[in-house]
Design a protein around this ligand. Structure first.
Ligand code: HEM
Ligand code: SF4
Ligand code: SF4
Length: 396
């Protein structure tokens, strides 16, 4: 390659016990000048101890304001092949199911139009196609759409919704995460492709409280499957566990966070009204216990996991909602939240920070939800709910 340079620092990273991104980049560099240039820039960054990438102006494809992240090198004369190194986000299929020919097509497109380097799947969920030049964006987009792919969200938009594998592979799913994610992605097309919000808004759906997509920690709106009737118990399967040596009292009852399980060496009694739906007992005894039949989801709001500081877990917004097509109730609620936050939120203020600033009471009132005890983690912990009602009732 024309700009091939020695990379002693990167070479050292290859010597560790784990698979190395350096090895993959070198393999790509055998045929891709952009990957070769990337090796050079990264090596230089390690030498200089500064990043050599800068955000560019707005780059994108026609008709979209999102989906492409512009990057330029600040040392273009040294590494002309990566002077521009834009990233395209491609909307992944719900639950990340692909046929191999679809994956091959994506890779072929990216070898023709970009560096050939990809990232499946990071925090966004999207397929990340790393590194292309401005003039390759439209041709790459054209080929992607011809093959049934669309760009995902980037910037101040609804980001590509994502979900756990749900009912496709997991018997705990309390609603169809894949169907919901697909439907929301189509419904909110405009909000995904055209920036009109204060900042990013992530929607992630997990089929049960195990929360395999970690929605609670990183989605602005988490849809987490749950049930509101009784945990189902299969007595025969429970007896099998006991015969196999499972200590139900120690490993199940004593670890139940709400202490609502009792075991008298024969029968498991569950105080379902006190159950926190944490999944612990079901995870330990999967053949004997399962979520109840009356299933839906708990909606939580305000999670974020920024790289530098200020991580927030989401908190309960709607304790239980049925999640069934056409998902009207959920869509209307999301619509109200977005409208309020778009009007009143500050630039780059996530919805959780917005709620902290205006107060949960005002937020709930503006989107037309009643305060509920489930929104409060400990009694009196959240003063907004208590005092608002107090003030309203005072004049009587
Ligand atoms: C050409 C330069 C760069 C581009 C185009 C780029 C683009 C991106 C994209 C598209 C993502 C989302 C990936 C995903 O969630 O799957 C991402 C994530 C991230 N980037 Fe960069 N980035 C660049 C340079 C850097 C640099 C220099 C750093 C830090 C030294 C950095 C740190 C991160 C981190 C920590 C994440 C989060 C990863 C995750 O949670 O999966 N990036 N970047
Ligand atoms: S979150 Fe629950 S339903 Fe989804 S994959 Fe994990 S265990 Fe299964
Ligand atoms: S789901 Fe959690 S809280 Fe409910 S009974 Fe099982 S262990 Fe206890």
């Amino acid at each position: 390659m024309s700009d091939k340079k020695p990379t002693p620092k990167l070479d050292e990273l290859e010597t560790g016990p784990w698979p190395s991104f350096v090895r993959e980049m070198k393999r790509a560099a055998e045929t891709s000048p952009m990957a070769e240039g990337l090796l050079g820039v990264v090596e230089l960054s390690y030498e200089d101890r500064v990043g050599h990438w800068k955000h560019g102006g707005v780059v994108g494809v026609r008709g979209y304001g999102a989906g492409v992240i512009g990057r330029y090198s600040d040392v273009p004369e040294q590494f002309p092949d990566v002077a521009q190194f834009h990233t395209m986000r491609v909307n992944h299929p719900a639950g990340w199911f692909y046929k191999t020919d679809a994956l091959r097509k994506i890779c072929d497109i990216w070898e023709r139009h970009g560096s050939g380097l990809t990232n499946l799947h990071g925090a966004t969920g999207d397929v990340i196609l790393l590194g292309t030049k401005t003039e390759e964006l439209e041709p790459a987009f054209e080929e992607l759409t011809e093959n049934g792919f669309d760009l995902g969200g980037s910037g101040s938009v609804i980001r590509t919704p994502s979900c756990c594998v749900g009912p496709a592979r997991c018997e705990w799913a309390c609603f169809d995460t894949l169907a919901l994610t697909y439907d929301l992605t189509r419904h909110f097309q405009d909000e995904i492709h055209r920036p009109s919000l204060p900042y990013k808004f992530k929607i992630k759906a997990s089929g049960c409280p195990n929360d395999c997509v970690a929605a609670i920690a990183r989605a602005d709106l988490s849809v987490i499957g749950t049930w509101r009737d009784a945990i189902e118990v299969d007595e025969a399967a429970l007896a099998d566990y006991v015969r196999a040596g499972v200590d139900v009292r120690r490993d199940v009852c004593d670890l139940c966070p709400s202490r609502c399980l009792t075991w008298d060496d024969k029968t498991l009694t569950i105080d379902n009204a006190a159950c926190a739906r944490c999944m612990h007992c079901i995870n330990v005894l999967p053949k004997a216990l399962r979520p109840g039949r009356e299933r839906g989801a708990c909606l939580l709001i305000g999670g974020k996991a920024p790289i530098v500081s200020g991580a927030m877990l989401s908190s309960v917004l709607v304790p239980f909602m049925k999640i069934e097509p056409p998902y009207t109730e959920l869509k209307e609620l999301i619509g109200k939240i977005l409208e309020l936050w778009a009007d009143e939120g500050k630039n780059r203020e996530r919805v959780g920070e917005f709620i902290q600033r205006v107060g949960l009471g005002s937020f709930l009132e503006a989107i037309g939800l009643e305060p509920r005890p489930e929104m409060v983690k400990h009694p009196r912990e959240n003063p907004y709910v208590f005092y608002e009602e107090y003030f309203e009732e005072e004049p009587k």
